[in-house]
Design a protein around this ligand. Structure first.
Ligand SMILES: Nc1ncnc2c1ncn2[C@@H]1O[C@H](COP(=O)(O)OP(=O)(O)OP(=O)(O)O)[C@@H](O)[C@H]1O
Ligand SMILES: [Mg+2]
Length: 335
């Protein structure tokens, strides 16, 4: 039964992307709180796709819409060519929520058996092996008979991931799977994602751990204030940082440098006595920026591209909005 559905969905996937979102909008409180604004996105089958952005940007809300847990106010979502609440989609979808909740009185083994039964599986040898494998994958074998109520936050996250694994999903939504995880836990999540990638499972992951995202994801979208600002392959992060070195004795006028860069639509990320780090929005902007710097009389010794990390790319934006969020919370508290 499940395998027939899997085949159907896989056939659909060859024609349709895993996820297609068109002009999605989501508001709460009868339109008063606008959270998602004209979001369009395409996630290919087999992508490990990261949604990154500051707190309150709309990542969890977007995931909720993709999972049909929230009804969009506008726009359209298709998963393997079907509406997100279609039974064929639900059957092949796994989900680790931002705040997972469990049957706390059970132990992990009972909990996973219970969820296998809810999914219509009989508890045969194969099902038991699946549970053993999932517990081993999340390194919870040693506490498989301990009551879940006594678990730490990171252990609960691990159990949530085990629950996702036993469903053998074709599409997975993981909302901050590494939150509360210690470094070995992060590595464990990384290994699970690598396994998903090898098996062709499509994953959408929300995370603030940008270094981890960079290591395992294939694409990312940066979302801020409910809008997708950037969407690209992780591989294109190369050649987005331009390093411009000036002669030792000729430090340029930094105001002039900043003005020229602003005119070119790029940002001065950092500068010290010897060089400027320039953040490009498009890697093809490099030659134009160099030409304008030289035309404006800034003497340069050496210019080269460097790899730009995700955190370098988005730290200014994240900090800016975090400050705004903190200010808004402070204002609310003072009222
Ligand atoms: N049910 C709701 N009613 C009203 N506002 C909501 C509701 N759910 C979310 N929001 C608001 O929508 C915005 C986006 O929330 P969301 O949880 O999607 O952000 P996020 O990007 O996942 O943030 P985080 O990184 O903190 O998890 C926030 O301002 C939040 O307060
Ligand atoms: Mg969230």
């Amino acid at each position: 039964m499940v395998s027939t559905t899997l085949n159907t969905v896989t056939e659909e996937a060859s024609k349709a992307p895993a996820i297609l979102i068109e002009n999605l909008g989501k508001s709460f409180n009868f339109g008063r709180i606008k959270v998602l604004d004209d979001v369009s996105l395409r996630v290919a089958d087999g992508d490990i796709f990261a949604l990154i952005g500051p707190n309150g940007a709309g990542k969890t809300t977007l995931m909720g819409c993709m999972l049909a847990l929230l009804r969009p106010s506008r726009g359209r979502i298709r998963i393997f060519g079907k509406p997100p609440d279609h039974i064929d989609v639900r059957r092949v979808t796994g989900f680790l929520p931002e705040r997972p909740s469990f049957e706390n009185w059970m132990n992990p083994r009972e909990f996973l058996t219970f969820h296998q039964m809810l999914a219509g599986r009989s508890s045969d040898q194969a099902a038991k092996k699946e549970i053993d494998d999932a517990l081993a994958a999340v390194e919870l074998e040693n506490v498989a008979r301990r009551q879940i109520a006594k678990f730490s936050r990171g252990m609960l996250q691990r159990l949530g991931l085990a629950q996702v694994l036993i469903g053998k999903p074709k599409l997975c939504f993981l909302d901050e799977p590494t939150s509360g995880m210690d470094p070995p836990g992060m590595e464990m999540v990384r290994n699970i994602l690598k396994r998903f990638r090898k098996d062709g499972v499509t994953v959408v992951i929300n995370s603030h751990h940008l270094d981890e995202i960079e290591r395992v994801c294939t694409r990312f979208a940066f979302i801020r204030k409910g809008k997708i600002e950037t969407e690209e392959a992780i591989s294109t992060l190369n050649r987005k940082l331009l390093i411009a070195k000036w002669p030792e004795e000729e430090k340029p006028d930094i105001d002039l440098l900043t003005r020229v860069l602003t005119e070119c639509g790029v940002t001065l990320a950092d500068q010290n006595d010897g060089y400027a780090k320039i953040l490009l929005t498009n890697r093809h902007d490099g030659p134009k920026v160099i030409e304008r710097l030289v035309q404006s009389g800034i003497r340069l010794d050496e210019v080269f591209f460097d790899r730009r990390s995700l955190s370098e790319l988005f730290r200014p934006a994240v900090q800016q909005q975090s400050t705004q969020t903190s200010a808004a919370i402070k204002e609310e508290n003072e009222q």
